[in-house]
Design a protein around this ligand. Sequence first.
Ligand code: SF4
Length: 426
Amino acid sequence: MVTETLLHFVWKYKLFDTGKLRTQAGEPISILQSGIHNFDAGPDFLNARIKIGNTIWAGHVELHINDSDWEQHGHHRDSAYDTVVLHVVYNDPKKMITNQKGETIPTLVLRDYLEDAVLERYNFLMQSKAWIPCESFLPKLNPVVLSNFRERLLIERLEGKNNHIQALLNQTKNDWEQVTYQMLARYFGSSVNREAFESLAQSLPISVLSKYQGDAIKIEALLFGQSGLLDSELLDEYPRQLRTEFNYLKRLHQLTPLHPYGFKFLRLRPSNFPTLRLAQLAALLAEDTKLFSKIINTSSMAALHRLFDVKPGSYWHNHYLFDKPSEKVKWHIGKDMKNTLLINVVAPLLFCYGKYKDEEAYCDRAMALLEAASAERNSIIDGWQTLGVDCMNAAQTQSMIQLKKEYCDKHKCLHCAVGISLLKHT
Ligand code: SF4
């Protein structure tokens, strides 16, 4: 199976026998410069230099699987293609092609010069059902290829998160504090309750919570009441007090609580129960509701870590759930959770703000933060480790997540430095 993407790839890297090329009419061809790959409208490679016979031509190159694509795409009527000096096709052409001036364009049939090994490896990569298509070739890969690619992958990962934050900013009329709070809430929900926590933060604006900064009870009442988790029969004095507070605040701020069924407890470790996570989030917000300002004004890594050193109210020192006392409750925000928040909330916000303000220093801080943060543990990182790819910090784990999700899973091997290297060195 040969695609135009593959043709572009072999043309760009000259992965064919360039010594004996001839046009369809039999004239010898030398590729002096294959041109600049054009991803916009117009010919595929711009400003190439091709010697055909004794003449050196400067112009563009267009590639197709079949020569009939030239007319099907309307290039014979398009002046943008008047300066195409070579038409490269894979299959044998059926007829001469011309530009809109009626001039004949020389054709090169690439099929005659392609190396079988390149095609075989390409087809293998495209059809492989392995965890990553190239895994059987990885042991032969020069490790420098992957380590050089990682920085680009990390930037791409942060760019993707930047787009997500931009969308949130659009929804909130550029309210950075609301967006920060929504993102934090999402990650306090851990993987099971992410959507529920995010819905909670959307339905209970930071502007309401900020009126009660410093008042941990009211902040807790608002978060628990709005989540619907105070809607059941409650025995302990403390949750009943929260409910009384919330009933007043609900009327005052015209709040409509969520359905409590969105919050799941099943199969979760108690330290991930939404009740304890909400208590921790409440403690964080009670200390300061201007968390975005705090993040961008904190330059030391240690201080960013300390941001999450908060202590929920004393009820949560011996409860994971309302009305059910427990011993040895791990009420603090643990090391892994802090790491998750730094990687998924703090670093992306710093990067996004740097882009927004066009101040690279914030982007650099985001990168430095990821380099200082611990490597994540998840199924993707475990998979890479099985293949012998180790990650030393969060910058590396984030880059490998990007590679797996955006390249390997989509079979985008021709756009990946590893794939390029594997195909160039067949
Ligand atoms: S995208 Fe790159 S790393 Fe992933 S399978 Fe293809 S060649 Fe390998």
